[in-house]
Design a protein. Structure first.
Length: 113
């Protein structure tokens, strides 16, 4: 992990960002989080409620090679639903699982389609 500014080099707001080797080390945990999210969505009835949004996912801050600022990257895809409410209502178990493994991740609601 590397402490870097968010989005642009002069930003005073800094984050701990994962680097490529870090992502490789936690890949199995990230894959399991995606499965947990999907399973929770199924448990809740596989609904498709809310606005049609693309890009719904769980993200972490990432320090790309040779970059001077961190940007969020997708680490777990949403279940196969278009509705942002269904995705956001089922994401908590996956985020809790990641937190239990020391991974600071956030839900991203995507963009209106």
């Amino acid at each position: 992990m590397k402490t870097m500014p968010k989005f642009y080099p002069d930003n005073p707001d800094k984050v701990n960002a994962y680097q490529r080797p870090d992502i490789g080390k936690i890949r199995a945990v990230l894959n399991k989080a995606e499965i947990i999210w999907h399973d929770e969505w199924v448990r809740q009835g596989s609904t498709d409620l809310g606005s049609c949004c693309g890009g719904k996912c769980i993200q972490v801050w990432y320090a790309a090679p040779r970059k001077r600022s961190a940007e969020p990257i997708n680490i777990a895809n949403s279940p196969p639903c278009q509705g942002n409410m269904s995705a956001s209502q089922s994401v908590e178990p996956a985020l809790a699982f990641l937190k239990d493994h020391g991974i600071d991740a956030q839900y991203y609601d995507g963009w209106m389609d």
